[in-house]
Design a protein around this ligand. Structure first.
Ligand SMILES: NC(=O)c1ccc[n+]([C@@H]2O[C@H](COP(=O)([O-])OP(=O)(O)OC[C@H]3O[C@@H](n4cnc5c(N)ncnc54)[C@H](O)[C@@H]3O)[C@@H](O)[C@H]2O)c1
Length: 458
């Protein structure tokens, strides 16, 4: 099939490369000229395992190409995907300006019947709005071309995007047009050929739009729930990992997405939970659960600083005692195998430590560049404060002469550190673990004082 993918970010680029790789001809569009230039030269705008090879190979074979203007490609294709960003707007609602801009472009340039597929995460009713915008543009041009609207929300996980795309848990297709659903089912057939009936879920446009938000809200709820239990574990002397296994082994509950941590981040959960809460409010409904999920997450992002302030500053958490202290920080991206730091707990902690006069040596396999970009452009830190943060080349270099080590992202290379070496490098053997990934007994044997989310303090 011939496809245009408008928006070449995490979702657009991965989808485009994967569709091209199974024999479709995909025209990838982005309004950012630098991004298009780089992609034409095989340079990726994001880090995603396996993506670069896939893009290079399909570009070489001529099944994938990159374009700045959607006008150049819309009349060449039968399906147009919208995969642009829908960031959090000022009032918490999703900002749909980019989606609507693409709808106007489609209406102004289409010259044959089309299937318009929305892959961006959008509030219920957006598909209807996109349909109106395209129809209005066609009217303005005096054209009466037919087109169908499909909602096809994306569920891929950053860091595992390519394998998720090729082998999805499910594909959600929403439309009131059975022919469009048929074509879309055929497009996705290679991904589900072993069990197509159960993995392609067909529904209305609005149900599909809501399914995406409900899925992210459910996952965020599980994280905030286990984090709330973790806080109680710390207070009553229970171990969250035991509790987690105890409840996760119940098949009605299941064990995934039940790991305690220093708060969820990323480009999706925070903005999607907030946008869904906004939709409830627009309909005069109370989103009590979602509010609690967000509140817990905001508190959870304070976990590391709270423990550090208490350790060095006493019960009063006197943060002046942190001035001049030096901290090693492992992991900046919001999760492993991505360079994405949007809404990451690391940003909150770095800001807090630098504000109270501490210095930070940060190490992350992929997240340093994005962290630097965020802190330079979007934080309130001044140049002196930012001067107290340095990015280092290795995990052990970060630990040199640090008063404590803090772990915030569970990258593979942090799973089994050389404790003896760390002990020699650190000023004191002290670890704050925002992922609760080590054994407290082993750490005690190694001579470390160990704080972890949901564990009684050693
Ligand atoms: N990142 C994820 O893991 C993920 C997963 C599932 C769903 N989503 C959703 O998918 C959508 C896209 O997310 P993303 O992470 O890929 O965003 P992104 O910011 O990485 O990429 C969006 C791209 O769209 C381009 N763009 C914006 N307006 C454009 C226009 N008018 N014409 C052409 N290009 C335009 C931008 O330049 C950018 O490159 C969002 O709604 C997001 O919530 C993201």
């Amino acid at each position: 099939m011939k496809i245009a993918m408008i928006g070449s970010g995490y979702v657009g680029l991965v989808s485009a490369a994967c569709f091209a790789n199974i024999g479709n001809r995909v025209y990838c569009v982005d309004r950012d000229p630098k991004r298009i230039d780089n992609l034409e030269n095989g340079q990726m705008p994001i880090y995603e395992p396996g993506l670069e090879a896939l893009v290079r190979e399909n570009t070489r074979q001529g099944t994938l190409s990159f374009h700045l203007a959607s006008a150049d490609v819309i009349d060449k294709v039968e399906i147009v995907f919208i995969a642009v960003g829908t960031p959090m707007g000022k009032d918490g609602a999703a900002d749909l300006a980019a989606v609507y801009a693409v709808a106007r472009e489609i209406g102004s340039h289409m010259s044959r019947p089309l299937i318009v597929v929305n892959k961006s995460t959008v509030p219920v009713g957006t598909g209807d709005q996109v349909r109106k915008i395209i129809a209005a543009e066609l009217d303005r041009r005096g054209e009466s071309l037919s087109f169908s609207m499909v909602s096809n929300p994306e569920f891929l996980k950053e860091g595992k995007a390519i394998s998720d795309f090729g082998s999805p848990d499910r594909i959600v297709l929403g439309s009131d047009d059975p022919d469009a659903l048929e074509v879309m089912g055929e497009l996705y057939r290679p991904m589900v050929y072993r069990n197509p009936k159960e993995r392609i879920l067909r529904m209305s446009l609005r149900s599909a739009e809501l399914t995406k938000y409900a899925a992210n809200a459910m996952l965020a709820t599980r994280i905030s729930f286990i984090n709330e239990m973790a806080q109680l574990c710390e207070a009553v002397g229970a171990d969250i990992n035991d509790v987690r296994e105890g409840i996760g082994s119940d098949s009605r509950i299941g064990s995934s997405f039940l790991y305690p941590g220093a708060g969820y981040g990323g480009s999706c959960f925070p903005k999607d939970v907030e946008a869904l809460r906004h939709t409830f409010e627009q309909h005069n409904l109370n989103a009590g659960i979602l509010k609690a999920v967000e509140e817990r997450n905001a508190r959870q992002k304070q976990w590391a600083f709270g423990k550090i302030a208490r350790h060095f500053g006493g019960v009063e958490r006197d943060s002046t005692k942190l001035e001049g202290r030096h901290f090693a920080l492992w992991g900046l991206s919001f999760k492993p195998d991505t360079d994405d730091v949007r809404e990451a707990p690391s940003l909150v902690l770095i800001e807090q430590l630098l504000e109270v006069g501490a210095t930070v040596s940060a190490y992350c396999p992929k997240g340093c560049e994005q962290t630097n970009f965020y802190l330079q452009n979007k934080s309130t830190l001044n140049a002196t404060q930012l001067g107290r943060l340095r990015y280092v080349e290795s995990a052990y270099q970060a630990a040199e002469a640090a008063d404590a080590l803090i772990l915030l992202t569970e990258w593979r290379e942090f799973l089994s550190p050389d404790w003896q070496r760390l002990k020699k490098l650190l000023k004191c053997p002290l670890l704050f673990d925002g992922r609760t990934q080590f054994s407290p007994r082993h750490l005690a044997r190694m001579g470390f004082q160990y704080y972890a989310v949901g564990l009684p303090t050693a």
